[in-house]
Design a protein around this ligand. Structure first.
Ligand SMILES: NC(=O)c1ccc[n+]([C@@H]2O[C@H](COP(=O)([O-])OP(=O)(O)OC[C@H]3O[C@@H](n4cnc5c(N)ncnc54)[C@H](OP(=O)(O)O)[C@@H]3O)[C@@H](O)[C@H]2O)c1
Length: 292
């Protein structure tokens, strides 16, 4: 039995659907079993006796976190610590999701798992503190850092762009931040591979789509596919701009590219190019049509 914590979020829902399709028994919880209540976590663990715990819950409002520091640290540091304690008490392996925002964005080459961290925002600092808590409390952990996550469920960059592109004649998208988009379904697949393998190669892993782009490059591909699939009914001009034109409360890393060699080697994965995944996302169901 796999326990998905945060099963109402974007990744949590994708994971639940993936486990359903794969026939993997799972239970889920979200706010009703708050990760801030250790006794609730302990009771759930006793009741369902999970073999694995996957923590998809988090405080993910990156800009809001700048003014809600204590909430961000509660959910991204204290919650994971309580989950890790419940996992350690019952000797259950824990898969915990983290982010590229733990880095400062100054690198010029893909970031390996042991690259120096240097979060630039409250969100990044709180996620790094969560990683540190998990590592300290339970040896049996897989921390997966991912980046630029999108999927069918919940708001994300793909849906935001589609809405803007459908309602405007032209938009500007930042061209000076580099990274690689990650389809939540590909991350769900990795999580199921880790669980299926029964691996004990605990530690930190990086995972995102292959290839690289800027947000502008990502937006252009969303537009191309949106037009091709008939999701976007009108033309929209997409122009590049520097991030200085879109000041945000939280600083974003300029460079987010994650090196995936470790996860590929350990789990024998072939990771699709982000453009192929995005095309598959557009082909699957009526997803983008629902979004705009
Ligand atoms: N989205 C990205 O671009 C991105 C990029 C890199 C890494 N990540 C990481 O990937 C993971 C999944 O992200 P996501 O986008 O799927 O997040 P999400 O959609 O915001 O989902 C998080 C879930 O946790 C729930 N939650 C909030 N407080 C809780 C509590 N006290 N107890 C239990 N559950 C609670 C949320 O409920 P409410 O909605 O009601 O608050 C929500 O359902 C996170 O660890 C995130 O940091 C995300």
């Amino acid at each position: 039995m796999i326990w998905i914590i945060g099963n109402q979020g974007m990744l949590g829902k994708e994971l639940s659907r993936y486990f359903d399709e794969a026939g993997l028994p799972h239970v889920g919880s979200d706010r009703e079993v708050s990760i801030l209540e250790p006794s609730a976590l302990r009771n759930f663990t006793k009741k369902h006796r999970p073999d694995w715990i996957v923590n998809c819950s988090a405080y993910t409002a990156v800009d809001k976190a700048e003014e809600e520091e204590s909430s961000a640290f509660a959910l991204n540091r204290d919650g994971p610590a309580y989950i890790a304690e419940a996992a350690a008490d019952h000797n259950i392996p824990l898969i915990h999701i983290s982010t590229d925002y733990v880095f400062d964005g100054s690198s010029a080459e893909p970031l390996a798992e042991d690259a120096a961290t240097g979060p630039q925002s409250v969100y990044g600092r709180s996620k790094l503190a969560g990683e540190e808590a998990v590592r300290k409390i339970t040896e049996r952990h897989f921390i997966i850092r991912t980046a630029w996550l999108y999927g069918e469920f919940g708001s994300n960059f793909v849906y935001t762009m589609l809405k803007l592109m459908e309602s405007r004649d032209s938009i500007k998208v930042v061209n000076d931040q580099k990274g690689s988009p990650t389809w939540a379904r590909e991350l769900a697949l990795l999580i199921s591979v880790i669980i299926g393998s029964g691996s004990t190669a605990y530690g930190t892993y990086h995972f995102s789509g292959e290839g690289e782009c800027s947000w502008y490059g990502f937006a252009r591909e969303i537009y191309r596919l949106g037009r091709e699939k008939g999701v976007l009914t009108s033309e929209c001009e997409i122009n590049p701009c520097p991030s200085s034109e879109f000041p945000t409360p939280a600083r974003r890393p300029r460079y987010s590219l994650l090196c995936k060699e470790k996860v590929k080697r350990e789990f024998g994965l072939e990771i699709p190019d982000w453009k192929d995944s995005l095309a598959e996302f557009f082909s699957s169901a009526d997803i983008p049509l629902n979004a705009v």
